[in-house]
Design a protein around this ligand. Structure first.
Ligand SMILES: Nc1ncnc2c1ncn2[C@@H]1O[C@H](COP(=O)(O)OP(=O)(O)OP(=O)(O)O)[C@@H](O)[C@H]1O
Ligand SMILES: [Mg+2]
Length: 453
């Protein structure tokens, strides 16, 4: 990873941001702490000066002038480095004892530069000037300790800040490098998807962190997308394949008519057949478009609460005579009030397709029973017959567009009835299932109950 790339890593920037924040907090905390400490030390220094002053002042009260001068001279001799300075004057202003220059100092507290006192040091003195009996006494204490401490604290802070910054940069680089690996793999997968390979998936670690959760969600979407694209590809291939036969038939009819006309013969029969064939093709396309329109979900907007029992009863009534003509019995077993949210026209069409199938694909003598019941929290609508049924391995396939069982190839129809039922079921969030009625076929649709009823 190049240093310039580092800056583009959110992890690195986050680590640096946290470091700068900590640094700011450190500066503020150190500033406050340092201020408090300085005040404390200054107060102690003043207390020490006051203590020395008082000790000498007491001598002035108890003893005579010689004792007082001795009390000042003793510490002067004991500390030739002059950490403490003294200046004792008598009432006339004459200097009696001192270890500094003969300077006039203001009464009370003051901070005086060492140069002014003629002491060869860089640190100023904290000085108190007051009266000791009839004398004027100045006592001062060097600021050296305070300054040294200030330097130590500032030095320590500088090191701490530098260390924190370097540690943050190191952690940032480390995290960015660890992330880089995962992101590179995710980027590669995304590139493959962009190039049309929908089987590519984002890598998922066993850490289960937020990146993994996002990757899982993206992978799930990719799986769904892959499924839909594959289904669409399959549908297009099926449609192209299945429409070749009627188009070929149409072509043959037209060629036959052309040949007959060329021979001066009547082509009425072939042209009529060609017309019928074109009607069938147009009908197929209309049905395909209708399924596509249902699948788009637009009809969901017009859903209304409706009673599935009444709806099924009406459909059964319409088909009762047709079944009877085919030598079959169409019975409505139970149709209690069952309210669902749905599209009346589409649901009628769906049930009609199922009943029509039973009539068309089952022999005379078949008993067709319809009913509405409950299945757990859902409402179940069913259409069963005692016909030949559909083998288990074909049950998924008959739901595809244009798919018909081999034995039904000769019967009327184009294999779109169940595809429409499936689309209607999906639109209504209903679970569609084809099972064995032993003998015969059982088709069930389980609807969610109406939320508005
Ligand atoms: N009740 C049934 N019993 C036996 N086979 C059935 C039954 N219903 C459907 N099938 C089989 O499933 C196939 C697909 O049914 P679908 O309703 O999709 O098409 P279709 O009835 O052939 O034509 P269309 O409904 O478009 O007029 C049928 O061709 C038939 O082979
Ligand atoms: Mg059908």
């Amino acid at each position: 990873m190049r240093p310039a790339d580092l800056w583009r890593h959110s992890t690195f920037r986050l680590a640096l941001g946290v470091a700068l924040f900590i640094l700011t907090v450190l500066i503020l905390a150190s500033g406050v702490g340092y201020g408090l400490m300085q005040r404390q030390l200054a107060a102690r220094q003043d207390a020490r000066v006051t203590e020395i002053f008082k000790a000498i002042d007491e001598t002035s009260l108890k003893g005579d002038r010689i004792d007082l001068v001795d009390a000042v001279d003793a510490p002067i001799k004991a500390s030739p480095d002059r950490p403490t300075v003294f200046l004792l004057r008598d009432a006339s202003g004459a200097v009696l004892a001192t270890n500094i220059a003969d300077v006039t100092l203001p009464d009370g507290w003051s901070t005086v530069p060492a140069a002014r006192l003629a002491v060869p040091t860089d640190y100023p003195y904290r000085v108190f000037v007051g009266r000791a009996g009839a004398y004027s006494l100045a006592v001062g204490l060097t600021n050296a300790d305070l300054d040294d401490l200030q330097e130590i604290v500032l030095g320590a802070f500088e090191w701490a800040a530098l260390f924190a910054l370097l540690a943050a940069i190191a952690v940032g680089v480390l995290l960015a490098m660890r992330m880089q690996d995962r992101l590179s793999r995710a980027e590669a997968a995304a590139e493959r998807v962009a190039q049309g390979d929908l089987s590519a998936r984002l890598p998922i670690s066993d850490r289960g962190d937020d990146l993994d959760r996002i990757s899982c969600a993206v992978n799930l979407s990719l799986s769904r997308l892959e499924g839909s694209v594959e289904a669409m590809r399959q549908v297009s291939a099926d449609i192209a394949h299945d429409l070749r036969t009627p188009l070929n038939r149409l072509k043959i009819r037209i060629e036959a008519a052309t040949a007959r006309l060329a021979e001066g013969l009547s082509a009425d029969h072939d042209l009529t057949s060609a017309g019928v064939e074109s009607d069938r093709i147009i009908e197929t396309f209309s049905a395909l478009l209708r399924i596509a329109q249902i699948e788009s979900g637009a009809r969901r907007e017009s859903f209304k609460p409706l009673d599935l029992g009444t709806l099924l009863r009406d459909v059964v009534e319409v088909y009762a005579d047709v079944a009877e003509d085919a030598g079959q019995r169409l019975i409505l077993e139970a149709a209690d009030v069952a309210i669902v949210d749905g599209d009346k026209e589409l649901l009628t069409q769906g049930f009609a397709n199922l009943i029509e199938n039973a009539i068309r694909h089952c022999p005379a003598g078949t008993r067709i029973t319809c009913g509405i019941g409950t299945a757990g929290a859902r409402i179940e609508a069913r259409v069963c017959d005692t016909g030949p049924g559909i083998p288990p391995e074909e049950r998924e396939k008959v739901l595809r567009r244009l798919y018909r069982l081999e034995k039904s190839r000769t019967t009327e129809g184009n294999g779109l009835g169940l595809a429409l039922v499936k689309a209607v079921a999906e639109l209504h969030d209903a679970d569609l299932a084809l099972s064995d009625a032993d003998p015969g076929l059982r088709v069930t649709m389980r609807f969610p109950r109406s939320k508005r009823a």
